[in-house]
Design a protein around this ligand. Structure first.
Ligand code: URA
Length: 249
């Protein structure tokens, strides 16, 4: 059993202080009965907890979609610079979330943060080739020769061979969509540099089945829906009272 304020704060939707107020106002029901105090305990795996009539899903793991702005590091902490964790609420910051893969400091767009280490490992595994789609802006028009070079597999300046990738120039060619099946350091910038051009702007639009929500402004975030969690291969299970290993005898 866990305290209601702790359980509800773990959803990232309310702070513990807000839960206190919700409970006081009679807006929190546990198995249909208004909770008396925020310190009351409930079983997250068995109790039905509702706030304003809506069931609160208390998951074992947290999955956050962030629309990363430029100028923020894809890291959990840094002594000098702002990180993507600094953009989250204190409740979410306490949940041990890490970004799944990196976007460069000046890159923008879809960043998944989670404390589901297994999922992060799977999504980043070079063997899985999870597709990532980016929209880029460049300093000279890209065309058919660039598309063909990406499709054949770019060799970077240091000799690293990239897997074949998709380049779809848009309009006059100063913008393009790029689909990668791997994730090397500064990969798109280096691929574009090998074509004698430079990336001016880079935004990630999707990662596997997860698509950036166009309702999120830069710097905004939201929890993944249950459907998104399942599709991306996350765990939909409810939080258990204890994850302690069984006692050895
Ligand atoms: N490729 C890059 O060069 N930078 C990113 O942030 C992502 C992909």
């Amino acid at each position: 059993m866990e305290r209601l304020d702790k359980l509800l704060a773990s959803t990232g939707r309310w702070s513990r202080r807000e839960v206190k107020v919700l409970v006081k106002e009679g807006r929190v029901l546990v198995d249909g009965v208004p909770a008396a105090r925020a310190e009351d305990k409930a079983d997250p795996a068995a109790s039905r907890i509702q706030v304003d009539g809506e069931e609160a899903v208390i998951r074992a793991y947290t999955y956050v979609m962030l629309n990363k702005p430029a100028g923020v590091l894809s890291a959990t902490e840094d002594p000098r610079q702002e990180t993507v964790l600094d953009l989250l609420s204190p409740e979410l910051r306490r949940q041990g979330l890490s970004p799944v893969g990196r976007l460069d400091k000046d890159s923008e767009g879809l960043l998944l943060l989670t404390n589901d280490g297994e999922l992060a490992h799977r999504l980043l595994s070079p063997k899985r080739h999870v597709d990532k789609v980016y929209r880029i802006r460049v300093d000279r028009p890209l065309g058919e020769a660039d598309r063909a070079a990406f499709a054949a597999g770019i060799v970077l300046a240091d000799g690293t061979a990239c897997l074949p990738a998709k380049l779809e120039p848009l309009g006059e060619g100063l913008e393009a969509l790029v689909t990668l099946h791997e994730g090397k350091f500064h990969q798109i910038k280096r691929m574009i540099a090998s074509r004698g051009a430079a990336v001016c702007r880079l935004e990630r639009l999707s990662m596997g089945t997860l698509v950036l929500d166009d309702g999120l402004e830069r710097g905004q975030y939201r929890l993944l829906t249950g459907e998104e969690v399942l599709k991306i291969g996350g765990k939909h299970e409810k939080k258990r009272e204890t994850n302690k290993p069984a006692k050895m005898t």
